[in-house]
Design a protein around this ligand. Structure first.
Ligand SMILES: NC(=O)c1ccc[n+]([C@@H]2O[C@H](COP(=O)([O-])OP(=O)(O)OC[C@H]3O[C@@H](n4cnc5c(N)ncnc54)[C@H](OP(=O)(O)O)[C@@H]3O)[C@@H](O)[C@H]2O)c1
Length: 226
């Protein structure tokens, strides 16, 4: 058993998710920000890779007070469980994700994480051991499912999304395409990693919906099972 996994990402018109220096850029506007907040509020947990924590320092909290109230009325915690995929336990102890807002945090580490990092991170988060070198994402999702996570949102970055896609662990992809061009062959995309070689390995997507949001387009795909 694993959670239902929804990847949410904002890309530029040329398919980039940040600059070649991995600097966070504003790709979407207020309306899409609100849509993402609603999506967050509807999930049990939200996951990012350590690359995103180091580059963007997100808090991943639900922003709308009404949505927080509604979660609490429904017997849920104010914010989804916040999860970092972080083999070596490199999450900075002062990262916003560990401090902003109440609620459970989970750092997923592998056998490579030094004990001293784990001791520090344990002051702020639960630690889940999963994998020898990189994180065994399938095992991690199974462990999350056992703790009650049934709907998981993934907020990037490209390396983590690739890891999940290539392991067949993504159910939906929600993609906002903004009206800017970032450019650069080294700028990250939504699925980095090594990429597929054989066409028979490409995940196939079913188009669920397409809509205009401000000056951009929201595309909602379902990942078909191979
Ligand atoms: N536009 C958007 O919607 C959006 C959203 C989020 C992020 N971003 C951008 O994305 C960039 C960060 O992306 P990123 O690709 O550098 O980092 P990332 O995907 O956030 O994190 C990747 C890291 O996760 C760890 N990891 C451990 N096990 C893994 C596994 N099985 N599969 C994949 N990753 C695993 C690895 O680090 P260890 O080996 O140290 O564990 C890996 O380098 C930033 O520039 C950020 O601004 C954009």
């Amino acid at each position: 058993m694993r959670p239902y996994v929804i990847v949410n990402v904002a890309v530029s018109a040329d398919g980039k998710i940040s600059t070649r220096e991995r600097r966070q850029v504003k790709i979407s506007g207020k309306e899409d920000f609100d849509r993402v907040d609603e999506m967050k509020a509807g999930c049990d947990a939200i996951m990012v890779g350590i690359g995103t924590v180091l580059a963007d320092d997100p808090s991943l909290t639900v922003k709308s007070a009404d949505r927080i109230d509604e979660r609490v009325r429904n017997g849920r915690p104010e914010h989804p469980v916040r999860i970092v995929v972080d083999s070596k336990g490199r999450t900075p102890p002062d990262a916003k994700i560990l401090h902003k807002g109440p609620g459970l945090r989970i750092i997923a580490v592998s056998d490579l994480a030094p004990e001293k990092n784990i001791i520090i991170l344990k002051q702020h988060a639960n630690i889940i051991q999963s994998g020898e070198k990189t994180i065994d994402l399938k095992l991690l999702l199974e462990k999350l499912s056992e703790t009650g996570v049934s709907r998981l949102m993934v907020e990037g970055g490209g390396t983590l999304i690739w890891g999940l896609l290539s392991a067949g662990l993504v159910d939906e992809l929600s993609m906002f395409v903004g009206n800017i061009i970032i450019g650069g062959k080294d700028a990250p995309t939504l699925a980095d990693g090594i990429g597929y070689i054989s066409e028979s390995d490409f995940p196939l997507l079913e188009l669920l919906s397409i809509s205009q949001i401000e000056e951009g387009v929201l595309i909602h795909w379902k990942v078909k099972k191979r």
